[in-house]
Design a protein around this ligand. Structure first.
Ligand code: GBH
Length: 480
């Protein structure tokens, strides 16, 4: 392995540099123009779920400041912008006709991006399911992602958006990080809708896969042939603390639950035998119906890789497992069904404000693996970035050297993978703006641009200037 880079790093002019956001995290205007609640609006109002009881009601007011935000992107020279559509803004009940005002918002945004020469990169689903689709009784077309009907609703929604924006958006992503939707939403319950049921989480994973499959077919049917359709996943870069058979088995289990459960059906049209065996106490997988795997295993024009930090695991002995279960319920609300005997450890190294270790070799490893396992499919890093304790200085500026160092190391990892033949074609910094960081509310800042949450003033941090220079110059010094 040649990581890390030893020479000056160059990115060709056709490598796309951009930044990413998501609807609920930035838009606000939660009750405007016909938008109804999503599962995140409901979750934020459930006491104890989001730090400080914060919500996305206002967020960073992007719904009203989108023109200013696009101007900022243009000033920074960004080439592409990854954003998501709020499903309940364009189809409030999750069924039936679209709301024109909702679609108009995105049409105006896209037109402004195109006008400034910025390529729109559209994600259909970044976690904000219309509440009605969650609350409805199962079988009546609702019940959220554990239910098959939600995948069917998603395909209809994909058609609506494709019909409205297909003439001007070329890059389409079905889902963002289905692992989080399934296992944080229905397994550990730290994300909306906050359920803690391992069977529901596994069912959700399958129906999210099916939503991708049916949704991508709906997109292909409605979009011009030049359109590109893909998915963004947060595959885990997993290491074991030792090479003992027990620790290697812990790694294998986590890889099956984090990666194989999505990549198996997406890339190979199958759920692995190990995943099925590992979860046998929870389900017989009879919710996978004839034809589902074919429907999920559709051609992909892009795989979006979201990466922040690696995972480090070991086995827990049966005695440790018994004491973990005893009263503390460590495994009860775990997002890892069937992995009760896996312990998670902190990877050594510097940590971010999230407590996540900075280790760019995890990104290199992921890209190399996708290069092998998804040969022929272009890869894009659709999220990568760092939460820092950003403050406005006496000079009115925000200096974030740790974020610059983080970005530098991860871009070097991308360049190394590319130098070894991996087809990585773009990089999206998470995030353009400081924003609503889910269960952490506004306490964690990921933006290249600082937002004063009182005044909504935007202040580009040093990292934004650094990134703008990179996009222009297309070269980086080697990492030390
Ligand atoms: C992304 O999620 C989101 O797409 C984005 O909206 C968000 O703002 C951004 O990252 C920053 O958080 O092993 O159980 O501890 C990333 C969420 C966080 C999911 C780390 C996996 C480790 C799971 N990832 N998490 S666990």
């Amino acid at each position: 392995m040649t990581y890390p880079s030893e020479s000056r790093i160059e990115f060709p002019t056709d490598f796309l540099f951009g930044s990413a956001t998501s609807a609920y995290q930035i838009e606000g205007a939660a009750q405007e123009d016909g938008r109804t609640p999503s599962i995140w609006d409901t979750f934020c109002r459930t006491p104890g779920k989001v730090l400080g009881g914060e919500t996305g009601d206002v967020a960073v007011d992007h719904y009203h400041r989108w023109r200013e935000d696009v101007a900022l992107m243009a000033e920074l020279g960004l080439e592409t912008y990854r954003f998501s559509i709020s499903w309940p803004r364009v189809q409030p009940t999750g069924r039936g006709p679209a709301v024109q005002r909702g679609l108009d918002f995105y049409r105006n945004l896209v037109d402004e991006l195109l006008e400034k020469g910025i390529t729109p990169w559209l994600t259909l689903y970044h976690w904000d399911l219309p509440q009605e689709l969650e609350a409805d009784p199962a079988g009546a077309g609702g019940g959220g992602w554990p239910e098959r009907a939600t995948a069917e609703r998603f395909a209809d929604y994909a058609t609506l958006v494709a019909e409205a924006l297909g003439d001007r958006v070329e890059h389409w992503t079905t889902l963002n990080e289905p692992w989080c939707s399934a296992f944080l939403g229905y397994g550990s319950g730290v994300h909306a809708p906050g359920r803690t049921d391992h069977l529901a989480a596994l069912r959700a994973a399958h129906h999210l896969n099916l939503a991708h499959g049916l949704g991508s077919q709906a997109l292909r049917a409605a979009l011009p042939a030049r359109a590109k359709v893909g998915i963004s996943i947060n595959s885990a870069s997993v290491r074991a603390v030792s090479d003992s058979p027990e620790d290697l088995d812990a790694k294998r289990r986590v890889e099956a639950l984090a990666n194989g459960i999505f990549e198996g059906p997406l890339l190979r049209g199958e759920y692995g035998a190990d995943l099925i065996a590992d979860t046998a106490e929870i389900t017989d997988w009879s919710f996978v119906k004839d034809g589902d795997l074919e429907n999920i295993h559709q051609p992909l024009d892009a795989i979006g890789v979201n990466y922040y930090t690696p995972s480090l695991v070991s086995a827990v002995s049966p005695e440790q497992e018994a004491s973990r279960r005893d009263g503390h319920g460590a495994s009860e609300h775990s997002p890892w069904p069937g992995a009760d005997r896996v312990a998670f450890h902190q990877t050594p190294g510097p940590v971010s404000e999230m407590g996540w270790t900075t280790d760019a070799s995890g990104l290199y490893d992921l890209l190399k693996r996708f290069g092998r396992e998804a040969e022929g499919v272009p890869l894009y890093v659709t999220e990568n970035g760092m939460a820092c304790d950003d403050k406005v200085g006496a000079d009115g500026a925000v200096h974030d050297p740790d974020r610059i160092d983080y970005l530098h190391r991860h871009l070097a990892a991308v360049a190394d993978a590319r130098a070894e033949g991996v087809d990585v074609r773009g990089y999206f910094l998470w995030s353009l703006l400081d924003n609503f960081e889910w269960a952490y509310g506004y306490s964690k800042r990921f933006g290249a641009v600082y937002v004063d949450y009182e005044t909504q003033q935007r202040i580009p941090k040093s990292s934004a200037r650094w990134y703008a220079d990179l996009v222009r110059e297309r070269t980086l010094p080697p990492v030390d």
